[in-house]
Design a binder for this molecule. Structure first.
Ligand SMILES: [Zn+2]
Length: 301
């Protein structure tokens, strides 16, 4: 029987990866670079396979939010990840931030990526994560579009630095959102409540910024409080040799900081915590897949 605990009784959390090229990140986005994508050297397959090997060493499965653009160019990577037992979910097609798209463009982006991925793996893609967690209070219109396009859960709302007192959805973890188009589960990356603010501790740049001992302390605290962790990383974060791009000083610091330390930190994370894919370990989503339904009080958008 699958449950939130593994066979050693350790709580099972979520580890996820946003599969994209190092040159597709929002921090270095420009129309000129977008036109160059097909000319730039691809590193995503090598980096993602490195992650898959590392997960295999620790007998761990994860959720991979794959960009449609990447899936078209690396179909065997997507098929192999699915075949290894990882969950394949969508990171959209072209990595455009939600607020830079019209609702019609967004619908086309999420529809296209879902179709590409489903054609490759031969099963339904249930989850979506927006580039740079760009579903915010300004882009709530995206949620009903996801429901209408057949997504069953979203993992795009990252309430970092939001005040829990002021925002109705400033929370982490799994909760249901209700819209006129129906309901969807939201699986928000983990934050740590400090003085009423939600501090980000779930991965990415924050995982590279803090020493591992600090991340571990934050995450163990959350675990002891009964929280189910939702963590994320990108394949390029394990690639210290990636070519350097031009951009603002802040973008360069954020993107290139501690890249050489991520792989070892991920090994320690896999040693210290137990992880599984969203569709296996987030209970309401697992119940939905198994047709048992899941009652809950939804947040009305
Ligand atoms: Zn991304």
């Amino acid at each position: 029987m699958r449950s939130r605990e593994n066979t050693q009784g350790k709580p099972r959390h979520v580890l996820s990866f946003d599969v994209e090229e190092h040159f597709q990140v929002a921090a270095f986005w420009s129309p000129a670079r977008r036109r160059e994508w097909d000319q730039l050297a691809s590193r995503v397959e090598r980096n993602t396979r490195k992650i898959a090997d590392l997960l295999s060493e620790h007998s761990t499965k994860a959720t991979f939010f794959v960009l449609g653009w990447v899936a078209e160019r690396h179909p065997d990577l997507v098929k192999d990840l699915a075949q290894q037992g990882h969950e394949i979910a969508s990171h959209g097609y072209g990595h455009e931030l939600v607020h830079t798209q019209t609702p019609t463009q967004f619908r086309e982006d999420v529809r296209q990526s879902k179709q590409i991925l489903e054609d490759l793996i031969g099963r339904q893609v249930m989850g979506y994560r927006a580039p740079s967690f760009s579903i915010t209070s300004q882009t709530e219109w995206a949620i009903p579009v996801l429901i209408e396009e057949g997504y069953r859960y979203d993992s795009s709302i990252y309430n970092r630095f939001r005040s829990t007192q002021r925002s109705r959805v400033a929370r982490a973890g799994t909760y249901q959102l209700e819209t006129e188009a129906g309901t969807i589960w939201e699986v928000s990356p983990s934050t740590m409540n400090a003085c009423g603010l939600q501090l980000p501790v779930a991965g990415g740049g924050y995982f590279r910024l803090f020493p591992y001992a600090a991340s571990k302390m934050f995450l163990k605290n959350l675990e002891m409080q009964g929280s189910q962790l939702v963590m994320y990383l990108h394949p390029w974060e394990l690639d210290p040799e990636q070519p350097r791009m031009n951009g603002s000083v802040l973008s360069k610091v954020r993107h290139y900081m501690n890249l050489g330390k991520t792989e070892q930190r991920l090994r320690w994370l896999l040693r210290d915590f137990s992880f599984a894919p969203i569709n296996e370990v987030i209970r309401p989503i697992r119940d939905m897949i198994e047709g048992q339904g899941a009652g809950s009080h939804a947040i009305v958008l």
